[in-house]
Design a protein around this ligand. Structure first.
Ligand code: T4K
Length: 400
C-alpha cells in the first residue's frame, strides 16, 4: 500500500494494498492505429484542405451513416452544437421534456436558445427517462421530447415514439453515450426524428472534439447541413440563419482511424466490464449496472450504485477515497441538471418531481474504463473497493 499523503482515510495503516503510481481517470480516450492516423494527417496537410466539408469529413459521414443504417450523418464540431442545431432544425421552441439525469449539455443546448427544458424523472433500473412520467409534463407549450441513451443503454424509444405521435410532438435522442449500440436489435441513431452523438475525447468513439446529427429525414438533414455552415447554400448565397458547427479534417482523420478499431475497443471494454463484475461480486451495497446480452453495447461505462445503508460507506466517501488513491472515479451526473444553474434558480422545487433522479445522483459513480485501462488496474480498483467496504466502520471513523 502506498503512503499517499493526501489520502483521506490513510488506508495504509490498515495493511497492504497495491498502489497506482499514475492517476487512473474515467474518460481516457480510446485511440486507434496511430500510424494510420498520422498518415491521414500527412494527407490532409499535403492537400492543404483543413476544414469546410473536406474529403475526410465526407468519408466519415458516409461511413457512419452506413454503419448505423441511417440516410444522413452530418458531422459537427461537438455534440453540444449538434444538439443545438438539431433542435433548431426541428423547430423546437417553448418547452422540451428531457431527463435531468444527464450531462448538463442536454439542458444547456435548449436553454441557450431560450427553450425551457422541463425535467422528467428517470427509471430506477434503466437510469433513462421514464415514459410513464412524460405525459404529465406535457403542456400547450411543449414541442418535443429528448430522450438520452444513458450509459449507452437505449431508452424506451418505442414508448416515447408512441407518446410523441399521439401528442403531436417531435422526438429526438441524445445518443452521446451510445455510438455503436443497439436498442431492441435496431441501431441507435435510427430512432425519432433525429439522434445526436458526441465524439468528445472521453466518448467511446472520439474525433478529439466532435459530434453528429443523424436522421432519415431529408429535409431535416438539409437544414442541419445549412445551419452548421452559416446557412450557405452555395457561394455567396446565404438562405438561412446558421452558425459555425463544422468538423475539421484532422478530427475526421481521427474519426476514420478510430472507426477501424471499434471492434477492438468493444472487446477491451467488454473484457474490462467482466473483470469489474467479478471483482465487485458479492460486495454488500455495491451494484454494477449491466448490459443486455441481446443488444449490441459499447461497454464504455462502468457504473456502480452505492447503497450506503448496506455498504456502510457513502458514494461520496468512496469517491474521496478512490481519488486519494489515484483513481479518478466520477460522480456522473451529480447533482443533476435541475440542481445546476440556471435551472435551480428557475425551478427551485424541481427535485420534488424527480425522486429517482435525486436518489441516483447521490448513489452513482463511474469507474475508469476504455483501452487505457488494464486488467491488473481493475483488480486493484476492485480490491480497494472491497477493502473499503470490509473495513467501512473503521475507515469512516478515521475520516470523521
Ligand atoms: N450529452 C451527453 C449525454 C454527454 O455526455 C455530453 C458530453 C454531451 C451531450 C455534450 O457533448 P460534447 O459537446 O462534449 O461533445 C466530460 C466531457 O467533456 C463531455 O464531453 C462529456 N459529455 C461528459 C460526460 O464528460 P467533464 O467536465 O467531466 O470532463 P473532464 O475534463 O473532467 O474530463 C473527464 C476525464 O477524462 C478527466 O478525468 C480526464 C480524462 N481525459 C479527458 C480529456 C479531455 C483524458 O484522459 N484525456 C482527454 O483528452 O466532461
Amino acid at each position: 500500500m502506498h503512503m499517499n499523503k493526501t489520502s483521506v482515510a490513510d488506508l495504509a495503516v490498515f495493511g497492504g494494498l497495491p498502489a497506482f503510481a499514475e492517476t487512473l481517470h474515467v474518460g481516457r480516450p480510446n485511440i486507434g492505429h496511430q500510424e494510420r492516423f498520422l498518415s491521414r494527417v500527412g494527407d490532409l496537410l499535403e492537400r492543404r484542405w483543413l476544414t469546410n466539408n473536406g474529403p475526410f469529413v465526407k468519408e466519415l459521414e458516409a461511413k457512419i451513416a452506413s454503419l448505423l443504417g441511417v440516410k444522413h450523418c452530418i458531422c459537427m464540431c461537438n455534440g453540444t452544437v449538434a444538439l443545438e442545431i438539431a433542435t433548431r432544425a426541428l423547430e423546437l421552441r417553448g418547452e422540451v421534456i428531457i431527463p435531468s439525469f444527464t450531462f448538463v449539455a442536454t439542458a444547456h443546448a435548449l436553454q441557450w436558445q431560450e427553450i425551457t427544458p422541463v425535467f422528467c424523472d428517470v427509471d430506477s433500473q434503466t437510469h433513462n427517462i421514464d415514459p410513464r412520467k412524460v405525459e404529465a409534463l406535457i403542456t400547450p407549450r411543449t414541442t418535443g421530447i429528448i430522450g438520452v441513451h444513458t450509459w449507452g443503454r437505449g431508452c424506451d424509444a418505442l414508448a416515447l415514439t408512441e407518446i410523441a405521435r399521439r401528442r403531436g410532438l417531435r422526438l429526438m435522442f441524445d445518443a452521446s453515450h451510445a455510438f455503436a449500440c443497439s436498442y431492441q436489435g435496431r441501431s441507435v441513431g435510427s430512432f425519432g426524428d433525429a439522434e445526436v452523438f458526441s465524439f468528445h475525447a472521453t466518448k467511446f468513439f472520439n474525433t478529439f472534439e466532435g459530434g453528429a446529427v443523424v436522421t432519415n429525414d431529408d429535409r431535416l438533414a438539409e437544414r442541419a447541413r445549412l445551419m452548421k455552415n452559416f446557412g450557405f447554400a452555395g457561394l455567396d448565397n446565404v438562405i438561412y440563419i446558421g452558425t459555425n458547427g463544422k468538423m475539421s479534417e484532422v478530427s475526421a482523420a481521427m474519426g476514420l482511424t478510430n472507426l477501424e478499431s471499434l471492434d477492438e475497443f468493444i472487446a477491451i471494454n467488454r473484457r474490462n466490464h467482466g473483470r469489474y463484475r467479478l471483482g465487485l461480486e458479492g460486495l454488500p451495497g455495491i451494484s454494477l449496472i449491466g448490459y443486455e446480452e441481446s443488444e449490441r453495447a459499447n461497454f464504455q461505462y462502468v457504473i456502480v450504485e452505492v447503497e450506503d445503508t448496506v455498504s456502510g460507506i457513502s458514494r461520496d466517501e468512496l469517491v474521496r477515497i478512490l481519488h486519494a488513491e489515484n483513481v479518478r472515479a466520477r460522480r456522473y451526473f451529480h447533482p443533476g441538471c435541475h440542481r445546476m444553474e440556471p435551472y435551480r434558480s428557475y425551478f427551485p422545487h424541481a427535485g420534488l418531481l424527480l425522486p429517482e433522479t435525486e436518489r441516483l445522483t447521490t448513489r452513482v459513480m463511474s469507474l475508469p474504463n476504455g483501452t487505457a485501462v488494464g486488467e491488473s488496474d481493475i483488480q486493484v480498483i476492485c480490491d480497494l473497493i472491497r477493502f473499503v467496504i470490509e473495513n467501512a466502520e473503521a475507515i469512516r471513523s478515521r475520516m470523521a
